[in-house]
Design a protein around this ligand. Structure first.
Ligand code: NAP
Length: 243
């Protein structure tokens, strides 16, 4: 039987976040899923049959708004008395070459992928420290390990996500676990935010071999499911064909 945990997931209206929310609720965890698109969150609830002892609740959330992220965590603590896991998954990837100077997209990428992650940490860390236990899961990327043309800003945010999460691991009491999951190419809506025509065309080729977001959901479930004295720090999950 699953040790039922209270799991918060950001960016859960599509792709990896939605798959992870469904997978964990079906495994008997209590999941609170946040994102901006409330219609898509309602669709997720309608299509998910939570296991007995588990549940799936949703809440509108913009991770760039620190107050909203704090309320997301507080609401879960009020409802369940605690939180066990925060999956910082929300992300955007509007790729372009630097000389395209899409400076507003650079800012938006940093706001969601870095500030959003920090907002999640700021909201959950006091609860984890107060209880003397907890688990941060960061969804980074293969872009946290290599830079590709058109990916300078996106990869920079994922290198930052890796560094911030590793910093947590080094600084925190070992009772608070820290996992970075770095996906390779996964079928999702992530490339839909690309407005630059050249980058979009290159991504169609690059993303031809994609794995299901369920693969990342299973990786996160594995990390969460290990005993308290086992900290799964880093997982890279790529399509077998990806080089
Ligand atoms: N798919 C891949 O190939 C791949 C590879 C490596 C890493 N990743 C990472 O995996 C994570 C999930 O991406 P995905 O592939 O599942 O793409 P996706 O289908 O586009 O999902 C991204 C999620 O982030 C949410 N989001 C975006 N901005 C937000 C904000 N300001 N506040 C709250 N939520 C926000 C979106 O929801 P709303 O728009 O409804 O808010 C959506 O639920 C990202 O961090 C991404 O960088 C993906």
């Amino acid at each position: 039987m699953t040790d039922s945990k209270i799991v918060l997931i950001t960016g859960a209206s599509s792709g990896i976040g939605a798959a992870t929310a469904a997978h964990l609720a079906q495994a008997g965890h209590h999941v609170i899923a946040g994102a901006r698109r409330e219609d898509r969150l309602r669709d997720l609830v309608d299509s998910t049959a939570a296991a007995a002892g588990g549940s799936l609740a949703v809440r509108r959330l913009d991770v760039t708004d620190r107050t909203q992220v704090a309320a997301f965590v507080e609401n879960a603590v009020d409802t369940h008395g605690r939180i066990d896991v925060l999956v910082n998954n929300a992300g955007v990837m509007p790729l372009s070459r630097l000389d395209a100077l899409l400076v507003e997209q650079w800012d938006a990428t940093i706001d969601v992928n870095v500030r959003g992650l920090l907002n999640g940490i700021a909201a959950a860390l006091p609860h984890f420290q107060g209880r003397g236990r907890g688990h941060f899961v960061t969804v980074a990327s293969i872009g946290a390990h290599q830079v590709v043309p058109t990916g300078a800003v996106y990869c920079a945010t994922k290198y930052a996500a890796w560094a911030i999460t590793e910093g947590l691991r080094l600084e925190l009491d070992p009772a608070i676990r820290v996992t970075t999951v770095s996906p390779g190419v996964v079928a999702s809506e992530l490339a839909d935010t690309i407005t630059d025509a050249d980058a979009a065309a290159a991504m169609r080729t690059y993303r031809a071999d994609a794995i299901s977001p369920d693969a990342i959901a299973r990786a996160i479930a594995y990390a969460i499911g290990e005993p308290d004295d086992v900290d799964v720090n880093e997982l890279i999950v790529r399509p077998a064909r990806q080089r």
